[in-house]
Design a protein around this ligand. Structure first.
Ligand code: ATP
Ligand code: MG
Length: 731
């Protein structure tokens, strides 16, 4: 089922929203109630006993939990905490074809890690007998029947949203016949697909889901809990509401795609409801959509099965286990869910908000250490050979209780290669020849000379140090202002470590939203890079999951692959948001090009026009954001010569292929362009039509328009244009 209930594309919340959210994170003021809390407050106010509040989180054990589930978890368990009400963990295990114990175990582990505990662990399969008994009751009341048609026939009778369905030939089977057949289904007397049990509701209902929905299908499958006891399994819509009722769930919260199912949810409850008990109600909220990832379990499974990632807990996955391995903290995920809030409107959350919440948390908790990931050797020429010092380093300036540690210092150090330039350009606040910088927790050094290999690569930087300048010594020299502070490690003492650097798994912000493209077309080929780095020796005893800030670089955690003899770190997140910068740059450059295009119509000479077109072409070629290009293209199909020319230039220069564009959009663009007042627009469109490799049918569909152009003198047709027209017509 599509996860959107409207035709509108959900909006991606922009930077402004992010700023508002960030303010919200910072502020300590009470948050207002979200709409579900409001509903609960209202029912408490009108007499519903608080002791009867009960919630559930109902995962289907057919995959690992992802960050979307975290939103639902935080919502349901959050309500439980707020109202001191039990929350059940209910595995919705009605489809034995896809469910496994492995997933059950993983889901429980993830929930506990997130910091939530359930009241009772339940399974829809616990209720198979009760559900079966109720189905028998419904057959006896004439509310359910066995249908023996093919699924194609049933689909044909179902009608369409605008056309009512029609009754099938088995709809009026006798109760006795229905009971006999249904029992036979249960015992395994019939092959899969031969019969189904359907609710008898209304084939003409305006809600398609009410047109005699399926309740049971035959599946000769082994179930992870009930084994081979059953040959029939209940459908989700039937099992879910009745399970809520059995557990006496008061508020059954699900995502918006279930809005239309609510009527059916209530119908199934009507058949069995006893008014001395709590009657569950279904409420729907907007699911979490996050950019630059996919969240469908089917697609995540595909990534795992096709070894595109290294398992469900690959640190690039949006799964809870992937985030955990990447170095996310439970608090940061809960904070994120808190900040995005609960509402009824679909939107897309920027993944940088999740990263922001993580940085906020790690900044407070992660001890600072020094690591050099792209080392170049530094020799302190005036530091005594063989001497070593153990210098005091503060573990976390954000946390006074974190204390100090010792870091060894010696004559030979590593610093980052990018922290040195022989000749410093303006605003280069790092090491260069003749200039001073401070080494963190240590001394001020000054660049003196470099040693290069035969190819001219710097292999050593020779520096001198100021013996009086030790950090924290209080000396005059130590207080001297210098350009910047660098991190470093002592070569003799440093530990070698494998460092895994991650980038987003997808290069597009909405990889599974493009009709003509598979989400796998948008994999980021550089999402994992493995390098060798050096870390300070205090990290010799780390354990899997330990988190650190590598100063000036980012947050890192110890991977589960790490051993005493081979340290392995994952880069959790950088100190700054590199993607935001890149994304903004691309957006700016497309906006600037749009401005430049107005000049195209004003300049006097052909040479000037060519220069503008070339510059725009280069910009467009350099943009890698598929959605940005698509959106700019669509936005510019309108009756304005600059827009039309721009859309035509996107066609010509961007990395998108012809098959990436909608046929309808293309047709619209070419019709508008060929009718444009501007010869430049018309010429560009004619050239595109001729050279972009369209099939001849497509080009021919504009023949009439092109002929009109040829015979229309008012359009001040230029010679070049006439030439293009003739070329197309003669092809
Ligand atoms: P998928 O579509 O990925 O298979 P699902 O909705 O079928 O996911 P379930 O295991 O049935 O997965 O989900 C358990 C609960 O989590 C449901 O209540 C569902 O509504 C909720 N949930 C799933 N995805 C999201 C999401 N992206 N945002 C918020 N809640 C979600
Ligand atoms: Mg589901």
């Amino acid at each position: 089922m599509a996860n959107l209930t409207t035709n509108h594309k959900p909006r991606t919340l922009n930077f402004l929203y992010l700023c508002i959210s960030i303010k919200k994170i910072m502020s300590t003021e009470e948050k207002s109630l979200h709409f579900i809390e409001q509903i609960i407050e209202d029912s408490l106010a009108s007499g519903f006993p608080q002791a009867n509040l009960r919630f559930r989180f109902p995962p289907e054990p057919n995959g690992y939990l992802h960050i979307g589930h975290a939103k639902s978890i935080c919502l349901n368990f959050g309500l439980g905490l707020k109202y001191n009400a039990p929350v059940n963990l209910r595995f919705d295990d009605t489809n034995p074809a896809k469910e496994e114990q492995e997933y059950v175990d993983a889901i429980k582990e993830d929930l506990l890690w997130l910091g939530f505990n359930w009241a009772e662990e339940r399974y829809a399969s616990d209720y198979f007998q009760q559900l079966y008994d109720w189905a028998i009751l419904m057959i006896k009341k004439g509310k359910a029947y066995v249908d023996s048609q093919s699924s194609e026939d049933m689909a044909a009778q179902k009608g369409t949203p605008t056309q009512p369905g029609v009754d099938g030939p088995y709809r009026n089977r006798s109760v006795e016949e229905n009971l006999t057949l249904f029992e036979g289904m249960k015992k395994g007397d019939f092959p899969e697909g031969s019969h189904v049990l359907r609710a008898k509701i209304d084939m003409a209902s305006t809600n398609m889901l009410m047109r005699d929905p399926l309740m049971y299908r035959i599946l000769h499958r082994h179930h992870h809990r009930t084994g081979d006891d059953w040959n029939i399994y209940p459908m989700y819509d039937y099992a879910h509401g009745e399970s809520d009722y059995i557990e006496q769930i008061s508020h059954s919260i699900c995502t918006l795609e279930f809005v239309m199912h609510r009527e059916l949810y209530n119908w199934f409850l009507d058949q069995i409801y006893d008014d001395t008990l709590v009657r569950p109600n279904q409420y729907e909220f907007a699911r979490l959509n996050l950019n630059y990832t996919v969240m469908s379990k089917r697609k995540l499974l595909q990534l795992v099965q096709e070894n595109i990632v290294n398992g469900w807990d690959d640190p690039r996955m949006p799964t809870i286990s992937g985030l955990r391995r990447r170095g996310y903290t439970p608090a940061s995920i809960r904070k994120f869910c808190d900040v995005i809030g609960v509402a009824k409107r679909e939107n897309i959350i920027d993944v940088s908000l999740l990263e922001f919440c993580l940085r906020e948390d790690l900044n407070k908790t992660a001890p600072r250490v020094m690591a050099v990931l792209d080392p170049v050797k530094v020799v302190i020429t005036n530091y005594p050979e063989g001497k070593e010092e153990f210098l005091d380093a503060e573990n976390n300036q954000e946390d006074e209780s974190a204390g100090f540690r010792k870091v060894p210092f010696s004559k030979e150090l590593y610093i980052e290669r990018e922290d040195f330039l022989e000749v410093a350009p303006a605003k280069f606040f790092r090491l260069s020849l003749g200039n001073e910088v401070r080494l963190k927790n240590a001394y001020i050094i000054k660049g003196e000379s470099v040693v290069k290999d035969a190819n001219g690569n710097i292999i050593e930087i020779h520096v001198s140090y100021d013996t009086d300048s030790l950090s924290g010594s209080g000396s005059e020299a130590s207080k001297r202002k210098v350009a910047g502070t660098l991190h470093w490690v002592s070569i003799k003492h440093a530990l070698e470590a494998e460092v895994r650097l991650y980038d987003r798994l997808f290069i597009d912000e909405a990889p599974d939203s493009h009709k003509e493209k598979d989400f796998l077309d948008f994999m980021n080929a550089n999402s994992l890079q493995i390098i060798k780095g050096f870390v300070e020796p205090s990290l010799s005893t780390v354990k899997s999951g330990d988190k650190f800030q590598f100063q000036r670089i980012g947050y890192f955690n110890v991977d589960k692959d790490s051993t005493a003899s081979k340290l392995v770190f994952n880069k959790t997140v950088g100190l700054k948001d590199a993607w935001e910068e890149k994304g903004k740059k691309e957006e700016n450059s497309i906006n600037n090009s749009l401005k430049d295009i107005n000049k195209y119509f004003k300049v006097a000479t052909r040479e000037e026009r060519i220069a503008i077109r070339k510059a725009i072409g280069e910009t467009l070629t350099g943009i890698s954001n598929y959605s940005l290009l698509q959106n700019s293209f669509k936005k510019n199909i309108n009756n304005n010569k600059s827009s039309l020319l721009f859309a035509n230039l996107i066609l010509k220069y961007s990395s998108l292929k012809i098959s990436d564009f909608d046929k309808e959009d293309l047709t619209k663009l070419y019709l508008m362009s060929l009718r444009s007042e501007s010869t430049f627009v018309r010429s560009r469109a004619l050239l595109n039509l001729q050279y972009l490799g369209y099939d001849s049918d497509f080009v021919n569909s504009f023949k009439e328009e092109i002929l009109k152009l040829k015979s229309n003198p008012t359009k001040s047709t230029t010679e070049r244009e006439t030439e293009f027209i003739d070329q197309i017509l003669n092809k």
